[in-house]
Design a protein around this ligand. Structure first.
Ligand code: C2E
Ligand code: MG
Ligand code: MG
Ligand code: MG
Length: 277
């Protein structure tokens, strides 16, 4: 009887795995189409400089407008794109889209805008990112802003020396780097110091209720102090409540981003936001 149950469970798991594999295969197939058929779009979320009380940066976040399924969020397709290698053409599309946007906004911005672009560790390791960036820069010749690369700590898994070399080369092109989702991944303090990072983004998990959760408060204060001692700027992600903002301001955080200030919006809406400030 136990054996029969075991066998049934196997059947159950096999079926589940097949469904999962099939779902992924469909998304992969459709994602390839999405790239060629123009179903992707970048949205922009404001980042506020707390010293100047102004929007100085925008994080570019990808959106997929599926013809039948509607809007699909990146957490539902970026991991699949990474697994399948599709992140390489997809990431290339994102780079072009962001630089094209800067070119389109040329002359329309009252002050320079920095655009934060998310890059997968796979793009750093397996593509010639510096060439892609240089080509995009040459094509769009941005004058009213710059692009900053966001990478998660997990990039370090690929071997810190190799990553450092790649980042240093891109730094020569004038690129800046932020560590995304700081505090959630794998990174050694020693290499953190050696890498050419310009700042870190404290993960939303630490920011949420930092004003009332003592453990989070201790960690966030320590992160800000450590970052400043290493000459890194600090951006807090996922700020949703006034109390969180006050805590962050009091503890000398440099930039904030979150629903309290604005959700990611289309390029058109973002430009309106900038004009209103
Ligand atoms: P991320 O880079 O950490 O981006 C921040 C995410 O937090 C975004 O989700 C943003 O909409 C969300 N967020 C911002 N403020 C708040 C807040 O106050 N509350 C809450 N609950 N959420 C907030 P989104 O756009 O769904 O993106 C999810 C992740 O997908 C990103 O996390 C990033 O890892 C990845 N991603 C997005 N666009 C790209 C892209 O163009 N390329 C790559 N490689 N990854 C991307
Ligand atoms: Mg990010
Ligand atoms: Mg993040
Ligand atoms: Mg994230």
């Amino acid at each position: 009887k136990a054996k029969a149950r075991g066998r049934n469970q196997h059947v159950f798991f096999d079926r589940k795995m097949n469904e999962e594999a099939e779902r992924k295969a469909i998304i992969e197939q459709e994602l390839l189409q999405a790239i060629t058929e123009n179903q992707l779009a970048m949205h922009f979320q404001p980042v506020i400089d707390l010293h100047r009380n102004r929007i100085t940066h925008a994080e570019a976040l990808i959106r997929w407008n599926h013809p039948e399924k509607g809007l699909i969020m990146p957490d539902d397709f970026i991991p699949i794109a990474e697994e399948s290698g599709l992140i390489i053409p997809l990431g290339g599309w994102v780079i072009d889209a962001v630089y094209n946007q800067l070119a389109e906004w040329r002359g329309q911005l009252n002050e320079p805008l920095q655009i934060c672009l998310n890059v997968s560790p796979i793009q750093i390791v397996h593509t010639n990112l510096e060439h892609q960036l240089q080509a995009a820069i040459d094509r769009s010749e941005p004058t009213d802003g710059n692009v900053i690369i966001e990478i998660t700590e997990n990039v370090m898994i690929e071997g810190p020396e190799r990553i450092k070399e790649k980042l240093d080369t891109m730094k020569q092109l004038g690129m800046s780097f932020l560590i995304d989702d700081f505090g959630t991944g794998f990174s050694s303090m020693r290499f953190l110091k050696k890498m050419p990072f310009d700042g870190l983004k404290i993960d939303r998990g630490f920011v949420s209720h930092v004003d009332s959760d003592n453990d989070k408060a201790v960690l966030v204060k320590a992160m800000i102090e450590m970052a400043h001692n290493l000459n890194l700027k600090v951006i807090a992600e996922g700020v949703e409540r006034q109390e969180e903002l006050e805590f962050l301001r009091f503890h000398d955080c440099d930039y904030v981003q979150g629903y309290l200030f604005g959700r990611p919006v289309s390029a058109h809406e973002f430009l309106e936001l900038l004009r209103k400030q």
